[in-house]
Design a binder for this molecule. Structure first.
Ligand code: XIL
Length: 414
């Protein structure tokens, strides 16, 4: 499973103390993944980290399994299988894992407005272009994420020339609409012919609001028309691209009702929307596959497509728990959840045109810092890039232990 131990030295900028403690507490095996992310954070890539100081540790480096089936080949005929990626995923073992199992990518952060237009009128496509080039070279599809969101925006976008927050006035509405249009036109044109599907508007619905619209600065300053404007401009800039409205928790009944109404309304008014992106940040106990089926069918009946855009399954059942070590039983339970979900998605053939995981392997997942900092292991490959029960739940469920075995292990772990 591992290459021979290699010599490492590491940068102070990597959580050195934390790692050192972890190395002492859990042995080198467990520390390797963190060191990998460390090496990627500092941009050194691959196996070696340079310190500039005398600290030296030896840790094993990971090896991607070559003797297991390719996930996207197993699911061929149903939908392409994607992963959200960052720069660290296109070199070394991560790139091997990516190439073996996935035939689609989304850039995890590299196409967000704060990255692409850090100051007004200055676009920086460097990282996103690298990821797109990798995808093209490896014949992978590219989903674009995301054009309009209430998060990860550049600070200037909601400010006037004096640096003051934009208030909802007629002038500011025109100003912000202009910025929105310019951004979308520039980005979508840049990736015309490369990005086949865009998450045009992200997380616009808030069921807590009487009208269902999230109170983002886009809404407060422009009004709900920001949504249709975004779709129309994206379509003008790349008429061939598929355009999605992307949302989390789409099985929530109140939220789903607003989203259905919004999509129906956009369609009726001729807004070029192709479908709904369901983020699917699930948990081991939520939502039920029945609710997922119902949701996907409801949008299908509306005449729009569905894509699963950010799939992961947290090992937790709430936002506060934290396991020092995730019990093996929970990892098996997660395997069953993935099995059920993919049985459902296969059954819905034709109604779901893409499934993207929000990450490649458990060594790099946003759920390690959201909703709190904790050890979460939500993906198909573990921190050493090895296939988990979650992977087998999709590829060959006969490799999962029996339900009784899972209960026993869970019981033993509690
Ligand atoms: C997350 C990224 O994974 C993190 O690296 C970043 O710090 C915050 O954003 N819904 C989305 C994604 O639409 O863009 C988010 O990605 C996860 C939730």
């Amino acid at each position: 499973m591992f290459h021979p131990v290699q010599a490492f030295s590491f940068k102070k900028t990597c959580y050195g103390v934390y790692l050192l403690l972890w190395v002492l507490a859990s042995g080198l095996h467990h520390a390797s993944a963190a060191l990998n992310s460390c090496s990627r954070d500092t941009g050194t890539g691959g196996a070696f980290l340079s310190a500039g100081d005398s600290q030296q540790v030896s840790i094993p480096t990971v090896q991607v399994q070559t003797d297991i089936p390719s996930l996207y080949k197993i699911l061929d005929g149903f939908f392409p299988v994607g992963a959200a990626i960052w720069k660290g995923d296109i070199t070394g073992p991560h790139s091997e894992l990516l190439r073996k199992h996935f035939n689609s990518i989304t850039t995890e952060n590299a196409m967000k407005m704060g990255v692409l237009q850090p100051s007004e009128g200055t676009f920086d496509f460097t990282t996103a272009d690298e990821l797109v080039r990798f995808a093209r070279a490896n014949l992978m599809l590219v989903r674009g994420h995301t054009l309009v969101w209430h998060k990860q925006n550049p600070p200037w976008v909601f400010k006037d020339s004096g640096g003051n927050a934009l208030r909802p006035t007629r002038e500011n509405r025109a100003l912000l609409l202009g910025r929105l249009e310019k951004h979308i036109r520039a980005v979508v044109s840049h990736y015309k012919g490369e990005v086949y599907a865009w998450d045009v508007v992200n997380e616009a619905v808030d069921p807590e609001q009487p009208d269902g619209f999230r109170r983002s600065p886009w809404l407060e300053i422009i009004g709900p028309e920001y949504i249709e404007t975004a779709f129309r401009i994206a379509h003008e800039a790349s008429p061939g691209a598929k355009l999605y409205i992307n949302e989390y928790d789409t099985t929530n009944q109140a939220k789903r009702a607003f989203l259905l109404k919004l999509v129906r309304d956009l369609k009726r008014r001729g807004v070029p929307i192709d479908g709904v992106g369901h983020q699917m940040h699930n948990r081991v106990d939520y939502p039920s596959t029945a609710a997922i089926t119902e949701t996907l069918e409801m949008f299908s009946e509306l005449g729009v497509g569905n894509q699963i855009t950010e799939l992961d399954i947290s090992v937790y059942r709430n936002s506060t728990d934290s396991y020092p070590a995730v019990p093996e039983g929970v990892i098996f339970e997660q395997g069953y959840r993935y099995r059920e979900l993919f049985q459902t998605l296969r059954r819905l053939k034709g109604k779901v045109s893409s499934v993207t995981f929000w990450g490649l392997a458990d060594d790099h997942t946003w759920l390690k810092s959201f909703p709190i900092v904790r050890r979460d292991l939500p993906l198909l490959f573990d921190e050493q890039l090895q296939a988990k029960p979650a992977y087998w739940g999709i590829v060959d469920p006969s490799r999962l232990p029996t339900a009784a075995g899972v209960r026993q292990r869970n019981g033993a772990a509690r």
